[in-house]
Design a protein around this ligand. Structure first.
Ligand SMILES: C[S@@+](CC[C@H](N)C(=O)[O-])C[C@H]1O[C@@H](n2cnc3c(N)ncnc32)[C@H](O)[C@@H]1O
Length: 130
C-alpha cells in the first residue's frame, strides 16, 4: 500500500506486540519499510512524525486507551493536511454509544468525519484532517 519508498510506522504499548510484528515482517519483502514505536500509557510517543503521515489505521485500539482525547490529538498532529484515519472498533467490545462518544472526541480535536458508509463488521468511520 505504501509503495517501495513509503514507510509504515507501527505503534503499540506492548513491546511483545512490536517484537511479534517485526518477526512477521522479516519474513516478507516489507521489513525495510517498517518503523516501530513502543509507546507508554500516557502518550503514543509519535511527536517526531509531526505533519508527516498520510494515513492511519486505528483498529481495535482506542477503546483500550485511557486518555482518548490526548491520543486523538497526537494522531491529528502527525497527520498531513488532508490526511485520514480509518477508525474502527469491534462491536463485540464496545457498543454504538461508546463509538459515538469517540467520534465526538475526534470532532473536538478538529477531525472532520466523512459520510462514507463502511460496510464491514464492527463500527467504522473515516476521520479527516482538513
Ligand atoms: C485488540 S489489540 C488490536 C491490535 C491490532 N490493531 C489488531 O487489530 O490486531 C489492541 C492493542 O492496543 C494496544 N494498546 C493498548 N493500550 C494502548 C495505548 N495506551 N497506546 C498504544 N497502544 C495501546 C495493545 O497493546 C494491543 O496490542
Amino acid at each position: 500500500m505504501v509503495g517501495v519508498g513509503g514507510r509504515v510506522i507501527a505503534v503499540d504499548l506492548q513491546e511483545g506486540m512490536i517484537r511479534g510484528l517485526k518477526k512477521r515482517a522479516k519474513k516478507t519483502k516489507y521489513c525495510n519499510n517498517l518503523e516501530t514505536v513502543v509507546c507508554d500509557e500516557d502518550s503514543l510517543c509519535i511527536k517526531n512524525y509531526h505533519n508527516k503521515i498520510d494515513f492511519i489505521l486505528l483498529y481495535a485500539v482506542l477503546h483500550e486507551i485511557k486518555n482518548k482525547k490526548k491520543a486523538l490529538s497526537e494522531l491529528f498532529d502527525v497527520l498531513k493536511k488532508n490526511g485520514k484515519i480509518l477508525f474502527g472498533e469491534p462491536n463485540f467490545v464496545i457498543n454504538q454509544k461508546a463509538f459515538d462518544k469517540s467520534i465526538d472526541l475526534a470532532k473536538k480535536v478538529d477531525f472532520c468525519v466523512a459520510n462514507d458508509q463502511i460496510k464491514y463488521k464492527g463500527f467504522w468511520k473515516i476521520l479527516e484532517k482538513k
